[in-house]
Ligand binder design. Structure first.
Ligand code: 13P
Length: 255
């Protein structure tokens, strides 16, 4: 049985003081969670303060991206060991906004995934088709090729460390979502792609849905057998909405 995971992607929002305030509110709203893993991914400048605010709680810290090298002449970049240093356990890799606005390629995503695993971080690998790809009937081909590229440098024994987020690009920040059934179908495509030869661990990989997740629609996704949680953008900045999403996942948690 896979432990449900709800991850908050704050994107480029929150300076330090409001970030710490939001974490204090999340702590007060949720108390000690059981059965659901909750990961909060603030922007890089707030990671350290957020890490202190999360210390001693069951909530975990994540970065929003990282470089594939541990250090070097890469102005402006943050490495995996630097994320570990501020207390991160997770890192989002290959978000569609990074692919779209910063030219992040499948190849770069593959290197980042390997580098994350090497330094002990759990990568939350984002995949998703654009609207024109869906309309052209290419959804499954796009997803399969993004998953294969993300996996290409992952040692077979490390596969179960991965988390994959299916985020249809047309559903991000638009208020539109995939139906639960369609998200479940694509999650199945992802799991079958992970389950290549010698990769039995695919059954243990958690697959999240992301794209306009709200308290009103989270149940539709959580009730799908292939979906193990959500990657939440906008609604994660609202403490009541985020807490409601985590509580919904808790009701689905095993035991
Ligand atoms: P929204 O929840 O704001 O649509 O964002 C989804 C997302 O991109 C999470 O990574």
């Amino acid at each position: 049985m896979r432990t449900p995971l709800i991850a908050a992607n704050w994107k480029m929002h929150m300076t330090i003081a409001p970030a710490v305030r939001l974490i204090e509110e999340v702590k007060a709203a949720l108390g000690a969670r059981s059965g659901v893993e909750v990961v909060i991914c603030p922007p890089a400048t707030a990671l350290s303060a957020a890490g202190h605010a999360l210390a001693g709680t069951p909530f975990l810290l994540g970065g929003q991206t990282m470089h594939w090298e541990p250090k070097g002449a890469y102005t402006g970049e943050v490495s995996g060991p630097m994320l570990v240093d501020v207390g991160c356990r997770f890192v989002i890799v290959g978000h569609s906004e990074r692919r779209l606005y910063f030219g992040e390629t499948d190849d770069a995503v593959g290197r980042k995934v390997r580098a994350a695993i090497e330094c002990g971080l759990t990568p939350i690998v984002c995949v998703g088709e654009r609207l024109e790809e869906r309309q052209a009937g290419r959804t499954d081909a796009v997803i399969t090729s993004q998953v294969r590229a993300a996996l290409q440098e992952v040692p077979a024994g490390a596969l179960q460390r991965l988390v994959v987020a299916y985020e249809p690009v047309w559903a991000i920040g638009t208020g539109q979502t995939a139906t639960g059934a369609e998200a479940n179908r694509v999650a199945g495509v992802i799991r079958r792609t992970l389950a290549g030869p010698g990769k039995d661990a695919a059954a243990a990989v958690r697959i999240l849905y992301g794209g306009s997740v709200k308290p009103e629609n989270i149940r539709e996704f959580l009730e799908q057998p292939e979906i193990d949680g959500a990657l939440v953008g906008g609604a994660s900045l609202d403490v009541q909405a985020f807490a409601a999403i985590v509580r919904a996942a808790e009701r689905r948690a095993p035991g």
